[in-house]
Design a binder for this molecule. Structure first.
Ligand SMILES: Nc1nc2c(ncn2[C@@H]2O[C@H](COP(=O)(O)OP(=O)(O)O)[C@@H](O)[C@H]2O)c(=O)[nH]1
Ligand SMILES: [Mg+2]
Length: 425
């Protein structure tokens, strides 16, 4: 099954906890601290693979987790790093991060992170959490026997939207029944389904076409009809698969479609393309009048040309192959002149974020910020020594100073990450 959209939930591995331990050896009465650090959590990596053709698997299995780091151990033994999770996607997959909002009313904001076009290209998306340090790391001249260790930080979590956009040089567009699939089956070794009724093509087909010494990829997509932009017929979402093509072959059945003339159909198709995307509508088109073998075709071609003055039209028959050589020659020439359009990956803007922010709510002060939240997360709150160290760090960062400025008083609540404290001078 061809699936071109999927939403997946990924979580990088958590860091392992640091270890709290002291050396115990015979004949060594007072062993020093020897707790090792935890290993880093595994990363989430997304990688393009040219053998994959659909996002079906990812739609069926939408949850991915990288391995957690192992905890540190005594004798300064470092915990093992968690294994990365590599998620394979077809070439041409665009990866968006969704800024999930807890409120359903706020529309999901998505941000293009990367466009994985080339085979084997990969991107590290979510970093695993840092491993906590063991108590051996906290030994100082002042504190030769620290009785605490850090916990591991949790791995980044996110929701990704994957969108597959096929990669082809030439896109075939037109009304259903125009002969697009027949054309592809004649010029390439692809075997799309062909039949004398609309919507035989239900998903895009790619075919390699040799023109002169070079090969180009043609994409055949389901036909568009009037109202496709509002979901009529098979809708217009398949147009995404010709957005990256260099040019379009716009194929028209000279015998028209039901009660519509070829030029009416030609105009409707272009209107639907424009309603889908202005950018797509600016792509160069080669107009192809198909089914020249039919008895009325010559007369119809004359009328079609008259209605579209100034357009160059290539008459062909996909069945008898008449006119095919000229058309392919022209297509080859045009394709070479035009580059494959690049999707614009907007580089993630660096926004200055203060180390923390404080917000005052009734009776409680909330301290936000990645740094303070990670520090809290990595601290064993039940351990006085660890909490003491954290307080010193917060003081150095200016958290206490800032709280005082905001008017914190003895007995007020202070919330950081998942923890709430009572403030004491
Ligand atoms: N007479 C004639 N029939 C054709 C020609 N090309 C396609 N057809 C027929 O038109 C019908 C629709 O063809 P198909 O390729 O499925 O059209 P698509 O919907 O545009 O992909 C089929 O019955 C084909 O056999 C042609 O050049 N001449
Ligand atoms: Mg077709």
């Amino acid at each position: 099954m061809f699936i071109d959209l999927a939403k997946i939930y990924v979580q990088a591995g958590n860091g392992g906890n640091g270890c709290m331990s002291f050396r115990r050896e015979k004949y060594v009465p007072l062993g020093g601290p020897d707790g090792g650090g935890g290993g880093k959590g595994g990363d989430i990596i997304i990688k393009a693979n040219k053998r994959l053709k659909t996002l079906l698997d990812l739609r069926r299995h939408p949850h991915y987790r990288a391995e957690n780091g192992k905890h540190g151990q005594g004798k300064k033994k470092q915990g093992k790093k968690g294994n990365d999770k590599v998620i394979m996607v077809p070439c041409g997959t665009m990866v968006y991060k969704i800024n999930a909002s807890s409120s359903e009313k706020i529309k999901e904001k998505k941000e293009l992170i990367t466009d994985l076009v080339e085979d084997k290209k990969e991107i590290k998306l979510n970093a695993g959490g840092r491993g906590g340090r063991g108590n051996a790391s906290f030994k100082t001249a002042k504190n030769v026997a620290p009785h605490f260790a850090e916990k591991g930080a949790s791995g980044d979590k996110s929701i990704l939207k994957l969108e597959l956009k096929l990669i082809a040089d030439v896109g075939l567009v037109g009304y259903p029944n125009a002969g697009k699939s027949t054309f592809l089956s004649v010029v390439s070794s692809a075997h799309p389904k062909i039949a004398d009724y609309p919507f035989t093509t239900l998903f895009p087909n790619l075919g390699m076409v040799k023109i002169g010494d070079e090969s180009f990829i043609f994409a055949d997509i389901p036909g568009l009809i009037e109202g496709a932009h509002s979901g009529i017929g098979l809708g217009d979402s398949f147009l995404r698969h010709i957005e990256r093509t260099r040019i379009l072959l716009h194929m028209v059945d000279l015998s028209g479609f039901q009660d519509k003339s070829p030029e009416e159909i030609f105009k409707i198709t272009n209107k639907e393309i424009k309603l889908y995307s202005k950018k797509l509508s600016r792509k160069k088109q080669i107009i192809v009048a198909n089914k020249m073998d039919l008895p009325q075709a010559k007369k119809a071609l004359k009328a079609f040309k008259k209605k579209l003055p100034g357009f160059k039209i290539f008459p062909i028959s996909a069945v008898t192959k008449e006119g095919m050589e000229d058309l392919l020659y022209e297509t080859g020439k045009a394709v070479k002149k035009i580059e494959i359009p690049k999707e614009e990956v907007v580089p993630v803007k660096y926004v200055y974020e203060p180390e923390f922010k404080i917000e005052k709510r009734t009776g409680v002060f909330i301290v936000y910020g990645k740094k303070v939240e990670t520090l809290i997360e990595m601290t064993d709150i039940t351990n006085d020594e660890a909490v003491g160290r954290l307080q010193r760090i917060f003081k150095k960062m200016g958290v206490e100073e800032a709280l005082k400025k905001k008017g914190v008083k003895d007995g007020d609540g202070v919330k950081i990450g998942d923890y709430e404290f009572i403030y004491e001078e």
